[in-house]
Design a protein around this ligand. Sequence first.
Ligand SMILES: Cc1ncc(C[n+]2csc(CCOP(=O)(O)OP(=O)(O)O)c2C)c(N)n1
Ligand SMILES: [Mg+2]
Length: 823
Amino acid sequence: MPKNVMIDPAEARKSSVLEFKPIPINQYHKTLSEELIRYSPKDLLRIQRDMQMIRSFETMLNEVKLQGNYKGIEYNHRGPAHLSIGQEASAVGQAYLLGVDDHIYGSHRSHGEILAKGLSAIDKLEEKSLLATMQSYFGGECLRIVEKDAKGNVKDLAIDYLVFGALAEIFGRSAGFNRGMGGSMHAFFPPFGIMPNNAIVGGSGDISVGAALFKKVNGKPGIVIANIGDASLGCGPVWEGMCLATMDQYKSLWDEAHRGGLPLIFNFVNNFYGMGGQPVGETMGFRILARVGAGMATNQMHAERVDGFNPLAVIDAIDRKKRIIEQGDGPVLLDTVTYRFSGHSPSDASSYREKSEIEAWQQIDSLRVFGEDLVKANVCTRSDLDDLKNWADEICLRAFKKAVDLQISPRADLKKIGSLLEQTMFSNGSLPSLDTKRQPEVLLPKDQNPRVKQLSSRSRSAIDEKGQKLSKAKCIGIRDALFEAIFDRFYTDPTLIAYGEENRDWGGAFAVYRGLTEALPYHRLFNSPISEGAIIGSAVGYALEGGRPLVELMYCDFMGRAGDELFNQLAKWQSMSGGLLKMPVVVRVSVGSKYGAQHSQDWTSMCSHIPGLKVVFPATPYDAKGLMYSALTGTDPVIFFESQRIYDEPEHFHPGGVPTGAYEIPIGEPDVKKTGKDLTILTIGATLYRAVEAAKVLEEKHGISCELIDARSIVPFNFEKVIASVKKTRKILLSSDACERGSALQTFAAKITEFAFDELDAPPVVVGARNWITPADEVEDAFFPQPSDIIDAVHTNIIPLKGYSPARPCDTAEMLRRSREGI
Ligand SMILES: Cc1ncc(C[n+]2csc(CCOP(=O)(O)OP(=O)(O)O)c2C)c(N)n1
Ligand SMILES: [Mg+2]
């Protein structure tokens, strides 16, 4: 379906006035006595109890940070502790109604939310399932420590477990919730619906959208809440996340079964400060934060401000918002007003705010005021409140004693071979389907697909049976080979979805997806807003929840717009979770040419520099298909580079051409495309074809036999074939379209020198693109490596070629000059 809305010029140019509906501000007015119908005394005491637990926990950490001890036990906690003393009611109010299927994603200041959500889960779960969770989580390591001196029943044990698991994580212990790999700002515990908390502020703004998308697309129960600080409303991921979350298509184009808005609450924890900057009056212009919902969706995102100093007001708001979401009218926005009495971190002297302001908020401290209200309403006595404090302090002290003791709670040994991080940087799984219980939702049987039919008449190889070269139009090209793998996986994995800019009717930026539109319903293939950050960030959230997203950024250059999502989120959550979570995300990016400086860069080096990403760059249809199958079967994030220059290129190398069926090419294995004996040329991406040309000239004119190796992958990378080749040829040249300085080629060259120093007659020579901007098409040949550049480099730096004079100098003096000038 090419168009949903007819853009009528008369309508677009009509004069009128757009009216916004009133935005509720603190409209909850009930007293505690009035709420005695809704809550039992036990419920109300639980609210007080949970707030008290957060207060005790955070007070303990504050003391540890400020005094280096807690109740006389010394401990030097070197890591961060962003405390939320004062904000307890907003966290407890939010968690009160949530079940374990409701997932929260938060920020650097989330200890309170972790405890509140955890306590709420413990309250709701059956003892049997609580015990099973604790026994199975990381083999029961945390439970074994806690159960030794636990008191009471399973629920009491679970509370000890929650407090200890969070604290041990904060102190970097291997019994912590994330095996000590997350720490204070990243701690989380999925079995209770406590999902990753993000030290990149606003980071949850788009990740949470992907989580909600997963629930919607795959029919999973529960809602998602993004807890975002008020100052982080200025972050790109939050705005992009809101754009992606409020697309009209959920309510207009998606099929009946999937129609409706995302089950998502953007909850702004509005404590009126960033670290020291004030959004209101200084760094932002909204004044009332709830206002920002108004422009995002026609329902104004049902935005409202709620008093986060009153837990009952927050519970009431969550209750109403949940119902709106259930009716399919999400997402919604909450501006939850609160205040932190503690500094941004314990060392913060609060120089940016008046003492009188802190005191004014302390006067209405929710822990005290709510407690007094409970006493006034005869729900409990003052001494009951004291008991609650003692109870919470005691649990915290018990957890503290165990968490600081290295005998009881050791840290992971990361210095040994096979350490936790060596095991968890990649999960290296192989799962063709992430949900084998469901059938993939498709619109057509495979063989009725128009593109499948069209491709069936094409040659699988660049040459016919008689050895004659065929025209590209008659052959399966890289674009088609990618389609075949992706298409097949859509019929295997029901959780697989693809989205990005122009993914549906356009057929993907470069027509790889042509034919998918006919095959897939909207919720499995859709266009996104031009929000590269949110495209990647939401893919992270979708995968964290258990799905497999395939996302596309039209040009590799646009990765700059998604830097955080690619490099801080996608790459890191597997290992930051201690290996608990998987990240089966495939990000397709294309490397352009002809379009100048901002559309023609090869950024493989940036991706390979960041630990945690697999990076591949196939250059032939056979490899593209096999690597795509591997990427879409694996459980790791893969940045899948494609070159726009060669989308039509047929299969020249693999005997028999591109197989029709499924096959996997292992990520990390280079491929010898042509054997030779005098010189090895290792290429990444499309330079393979220029190396083929250069090799032809070198052989025919200069008698140098070249062995061509196509790297295919950059991370991981097995050097065996390259070393074996160098042992034979004793010389190697490396080439790719990436700027030479700091490139993956340079890393490869340095490693080859290290691994095969004694086998080499000359140092490895790198022929990358120049360290310039990519100039306009008409003159870009001077920038990208050409066959002549390869031959020049061979002549100048490896084997002098008789009678040859280089087209461009590339001797040591010239290279030193370029380096001196930074060009
Ligand atoms: C992307 C990013 N920029 C800056 C920081 C440094 N930083 C940490 S907390 C913070 C203030 C965040 O304020 P807000 O979102 O209101 O949350 P609060 O600290 O008030 O809970 C800043 C600027 C960061 N962690 N991440
Ligand atoms: Mg704030």
